[in-house]
Structures are given as C-alpha cells and as structure tokens.
Design a protein. Structure first.
Length: 258
C-alpha cells in the first residue's frame, strides 16, 4: 500500500485550456496530514506510519484517544490511517504530508463510499430487460423471473442477482487524471468519476498499476504541433506557375479564327 491523503469531495466545475477546450473536473479539498506514529518491524513486525487527518474537538474524543494525542503532543485528528512503507527512516513524528506527495504524479487511485440508492429492483441494479409489457403478464413486468430450479437442488444459490440494497459500498476508481493542483488552497482537480456524493470523505493514493496513458495536456500539445506542421507544409508548397491547359472548345475557336 502506498502513502495516501484523505480529503473531502467538494463538487464539480470546469477547467479551460488555452485552445478553448473545457474539461469537467471534480474538486477535492485535501488538508495536510500529520505523522502521529512511526511503526517499525521491531514493534509490530512491519514498517508503517500512522497519519492523522482533519480537525475534531477534544470534547468529542474518548479518554483513550485524548491520552494518545496528549502523549504524542499533537492536536486531535478526526481520521487516523496507517500506510505501509519500506523505509521508516524517511519519516519523523510531527512531520506534515500534503499535496506535494503527488507532485510528479499524473494519475491517482481514489477510494470512497459510493452514493446509496436504497432498495433497487433488478432492472435498475443489474440492467435486466424485465418481462413482457403486453398480454399474458400480470403485474410482474419489472420482476426478475424465476430464481431457482426444482426439488433438486431445492434452494437458491448464493450470489443470485436479485432485488436488494444498491450502492453505499466502498469502491476504488483507478487511474484518474490529475488536471491541476492548487497547493495554496489545498485543492486538487481530478478528471473522471470520483465515487461518493458531495462532502464525502475520499482516500487519494498513487496508482497501483503502471500505465502509459497520455494526459489531456499532452493530447492538446500534440494536436497543436500537428496543426502547426500542416500550416507550415501549406506555406512551403510552391504555387504552380504553369499556364492553364486549353480546352478542346478553345482550340477549335482559335483554328476557326485563323
């Protein structure tokens, strides 16, 4: 697991480029996290760091958590998260981690809880076609049909696609593009579908996969260079100074005049 940051999904907006292209982006507010504890192999058998994010009133903490923060002499944090690391010597207690973590990153993975849809039928949940909407079907047009067989096996198999609760699950969307990051205001602009509703908490991490996708900015630069090359080619091509070819009608008229 790579080191990540916890932020809040604010909403959506558009980012404009010089060419006039507008890209829809999701705005995430990411406050700096503080390293609360450095865990070593000697302590627990693995190397990790514990990072705290967000603010919380001390009155809302339990006595145990108050003792933890007073022992570390840091302000109370709302969220605590462990991240496995290879080398703990690079990290010290009390240091802060911010958006500088993704300075050289073009893509990130984002984890959050999806929007809850409540109790949903199979047509909405699994894109079933439903039953016929004409004769012979009585009040079961959107039902899922049969769920089992006969006396053998005499049960409904686990995992059967049926109506039920939809959404409200933790999901990770991989390889989302970073359009822009505002270090002063602690904002990061992401292109792609970020899971969760407004004001939901998201976890931003470096990509787990090694990908070679071209970014939106790279595509725009490529298009600009291609258009410049086309314009240069048109300028370089010499204009034909050869006289226009005479048609058969013109040659006949000339011979008649003679």
């Amino acid at each position: 697991m790579s080191i990540g940051l916890i932020g809040k999904k604010i909403g959506m907006t558009r980012e404009f480029y010089e060419t006039g292209l507008s890209v829809p982006v999701t705005v995430l507010s990411v406050e700096k996290g503080r390293i609360i504890d450095v865990i070593t192999k000697e302590k627990r058998g693995y190397n990790a760091i514990k990072v705290g994010f967000g603010k919380i009133k001390s009155s809302k903490l339990t006595k145990q958590m108050k003792g933890v923060f007073t022992k570390k002499s840091t302000e109370p944090k709302k969220f605590l998260r462990e991240f496995r690391v290879e080398n703990t010597s690079e990290f010290k207690e009390g240091n802060e981690i911010g958006l500088e973590l993704f300075k050289d990153q073009k893509f990130v993975d984002i984890t959050s809880k999806t929007i809850g849809k409540g109790f949903a039928g199979v047509m909405k949940k699994y894109n079933f076609s439903g039953l016929r909407a004409t004769h012979g079907v009585s009040v079961s047009h959107r039902s899922h049909g049969s769920t089992g067989q006969r006396q053998d096996p005499g049960k409904v198999f686990k995992g059967k696609k049926m109506a039920g609760h939809m959404g409200d699950k933790i999901r990770t969307i991989q390889n989302l593009e970073i359009i822009k990051s505002d270090l002063e205001n602690n904002l990061i602009f992401i292109k792609g579908s970020v899971p969760g509703s407004k004001n939901s908490i998201v976890l931003i991490q470096k990509t787990a996969k090694n990908i070679n996708k071209t970014t939106t900015l790279e595509k725009i630069k490529k298009m600009q260079s291609q258009t410049v090359q086309k314009v240069d080619k048109k300028k370089d091509t010499p204009k034909d100074k050869t006289p226009p070819k005479q048609t058969k009608v013109e040659t006949k008229n000339k011979t008649e005049k003679k």
